[in-house]
Design a protein around this ligand. Structure first.
Ligand code: ARG
Length: 457
């Protein structure tokens, strides 16, 4: 007999049962469902609906059910639809009438929102832990590679020389921002919906404040209809996860390119690569490609959730059951993808010689050449033009910028003097940049000092 059986004459079609069941995926909420029910029972006792014995019987039986589920002894069936019904039915099977009183003043509509919020709080703490490990990996790698230099790119063209550690720290700050974003999502989640009932609250004087305190929420929801209809916190969580995945995907793309034979700036750890079934020489960056690929699916998860809500009338509608799979999938993916990336950053080897050669054998110091003239008083636009012409001529003569002598330089501008060579030496440039946050050795030191403190608390 179904929980709503009283209203129905016929039985549910087996196809409908299968169509309607969410137990295959929402069973993961069981510990939260049980914790929420225990708090609800304590409150019902406090307001006189349950006796102390009934409350204790409920708590004891719920604990047993938790063990049954954990140990794989609990029998799930599509006929019982979702995790909430399964636990309630088993409770009644175990303790009879007391179990039947538990659902007083409660609906699965406020119950499922509660479970999702509790689950998400814990899961986001885990994502935060994975982010922390990745941030740590960036710091450690930056420390190890403090002296490595490389070209920085815009439009995938060599643009300006940078310390490799500055490049790594750029990603560090991206992921640090993701951590801050997760913190704001936690605030949105941290609202107790229980006590809102199906949509309108109850004539029974439920003590919501007691339940809030007991379950560790900061606030209670202010409008019962909003409470059961709201899944904004799921959107917020999915957006934050998607942002993390997009960042991971960008980094994956970089590392894939940097590990090609053409670049050969880095080599990826063997443990994260696979070979080819046909080509004996291949070492493929599959882990990173998978992250790039999985990012698309997580973006799909976010989009599923957005479109789920866009036409949904007030208040709860069954469509909302479809919030779970995208959320669960996104969470599982992002935790793995972050852990994989931490291993990758820790384990990658850098080819400092190749990076350094790329930094020295390019026209990148043209920027500093123009800045040199500017500091000597030439208007920047004019300096840009002169150095542009100089570069073009070098290119025509197939001559590296750094091999030009002072006499040749002075045919472009008499302002060039012997100190220009020091000014455009790539390593010297990295000691000479003056602006806050610049790609310079000194700024990287500052970044590392500050961020080691940030990561330590
Ligand atoms: N399994 C449902 C969900 O995830 C629980 C709420 C069902 N409520 C209802 N009135 N049918 O949304």
């Amino acid at each position: 007999m179904k929980a709503w059986g009283g209203r129905f004459k016929g039985t549910t079609d087996p196809l409908m049962e299968r169509y309607s069941a969410s137990i295959d995926f929402d069973w993961v909420l069981f510990e939260y469902d049980i914790e929420g029910s225990k708090a609800h029972a304590e409150m019902l006792q406090k307001i006189g609906i349950l006796s102390e014995k009934e409350r204790d019987d409920i708590a004891g039986a719920l604990d047993e059910i938790k063990v049954e589920i954990k140990e794989g002894q609990f029998i799930f069936s599509t006929a019982m639809e979702d995790i909430h019904m399964h636990i309630e039915a088993r409770l009644i099977e175990k303790i009879g009438d007391a179990g039947k009183r538990l659902h007083t003043g409660r609906s699965r509509n406020d119950q499922v929102s509660l479970d999702m919020r509790m689950y998400l709080k814990d899961e986001l703490a885990r994502v935060n832990g994975c982010l922390h490990s990745l941030l740590k990996a960036f710091i450690d790698k930056s420390e190890q590679e403090k002296s490595a230099i490389m070209p920085g790119y815009t439009h995938m063209q060599r643009a300006q020389v940078i310390p490799f550690s500055h490049y790594l720290m750029a990603y560090y700050y991206m992921f640090k921002r993701d951590r801050e974003r997760l913190r704001t999502v936690r605030t949105a989640i941290d609202v107790l919906p229980l006590g809102s009932g199906a949509l309108a609250g109850s004539t029974i004087p439920l003590d919501r404040e007691f339940v809030r305190e007991r379950l560790g929420f900061s606030r209670v929801s202010e409008n019962s209809m909003d409470a059961v209809a709201d899944r904004d916190f799921v959107i917020d969580a999915l957006f934050s996860i998607t942002a993390i995945m997009i960042h991971l995907s960008r980094l994956s793309e970089d590392l894939i390119i940097f590990s090609t034979e053409e670049f050969a700036f880095i080599s990826l750890p063997d443990e994260l690569c696979t070979g080819s079934s046909l080509m004996p020489h291949k070492k493929n960056p599959d882990a990173l490609e998978l992250t790039r690929g999985k990012t698309s699916r997580v973006m799909g998860d976010l989009f599923s959730m957005l479109s789920l809500l866009k036409g949904l009338p007030m208040t709860y509608n069954r469509d909302l059951q479809e919030d779970k799979e995208p959320l669960f999938h996104a969470l599982n993916t992002v935790k793995d993808a972050l852990s994989i990336m931490a291993l990758c950053v820790e384990g990658m080897q850098t080819n400092r010689k190749r990076m350094e050669a790329a930094a020295y054998g390019s026209f990148m110091p043209a920027v500093e050449m123009a800045e040199y003239l500017t500091l000597k008083g030439m208007p920047f636009r004019e300096a840009h033009g002169i150095v542009g012409k100089l570069v073009r001529d070098c290119e025509e003569k197939e001559m590296p910028l750094l091999s030009m002598n002072i006499a040749e330089m002075r045919t472009y501008s008499a302002m060039f003097e012997d100190d220009i060579f020091e000014y455009i030496d790539p390593r010297k440039i990295l000691s000479n940049r003056k602006t806050d946050g610049a790609a310079s050795f000194a700024e990287v030191e500052k970044e590392l000092d500050a961020e080691k403190i940030y990561l330590s608390y």
